[in-house]
Design a protein around this ligand. Structure first.
Ligand SMILES: CC(C)(COP(=O)(O)OP(=O)(O)OC[C@H]1O[C@@H](n2cnc3c(N)ncnc32)[C@H](O)[C@@H]1OP(=O)(O)O)[C@@H](O)C(=O)NCCC(=O)NCCS
Length: 191
């Protein structure tokens, strides 16, 4: 039987149920940041390398109370795009996009699918809806961030036509490079 999957607008009642989504991932490779030079003549390069053991994010993306509060605040503002994917009545994915008015872009805070519903075009569909919405709103670009250890998501966004516009080597902590989790920023230009 074909599972009953639908995409619909998020409501406030969905927010406590977001924890039902299992958004973890396993990656056999990582993107290593190679840095050259110093002072003003400095450059960074990403290289995909196999890991001795696959990296398993486990439930490290789980929606804790603080995260749920942030999502609720963005939803209540009413100026973004907030959708959920429902599979057989259970939440199986979410999209959480909000305007960045100061630079006229739409920021993807969350685009996540439960492990059980991946690989069937739902991620592409959520990204397509983001682009359609952002274009209608008149934004100049869709922007987002991934991490060097989330190679599956990087490959997905590259496939969607996004381009890497830069990295930040100390976005989460002073030793992101040593920890192997460096922020990568992506752009999908609309004009
Ligand atoms: C990233 C994610 C949203 C992709 O969703 P999905 O529904 O599995 O992706 P789709 O089936 O729509 O795939 C769309 C395209 O991306 C490609 N793609 C998706 N995952 C990929 C992967 N792991 N490696 C390589 N390509 C991948 C597909 O091959 C497909 O290309 P095609 O249509 O040309 O064949 C999903 O894996 C996920 O929720 N991951 C965990 C959470 C996360 O990391 N989110 C992003 C950061 S916020």
């Amino acid at each position: 039987m074909v599972p009953d999957i639908r995409i619909r607008p998020m409501t406030e009642q969905d927010i406590p149920r977001l924890a039902a989504i299992r958004p973890g991932f396993v990656s056999p490779t990582t993107l290593v940041v190679e840095k050259d030079g110093d002072g003003l003549a400095v450059g960074w390069r990403l290289a995909e390398r196999p890991l001795p053991e696959p990296y398993d994010k486990g439930d490290g993306y789980d929606f804790d109370q603080a995260e749920r509060r942030h999502i609720l605040a963005r939803l209540r503002k009413g100026d973004g795009l907030h959708l959920v994917v429902e599979a057989e009545g259970t939440l199986a994915g979410m999209l959480d996009v909000a305007p960045e008015e100061w630079n006229n872009t739409a920021w993807i805070w969350n685009l996540m699918l439960d492990t059980s519903v991946r690989g069937q075009g739902l991620g592409r569909e959520l990204f397509r809806r983001t682009v359609t919405w952002a274009r209608r709103q008149g934004f100049r670009a869709v922007v987002l961030e991934t991490q060097t250890n989330n190679v599956p998501a990087c490959k997905f966004y590259a496939r969607m036509g996004c381009q890497i516009e830069g990295i930040r080597e100390a976005y989460y902590s002073n030793d992101d490079m040593a920890r192997g989790e460096v922020a990568i920023f992506w752009i999908y230009r609309l004009v």
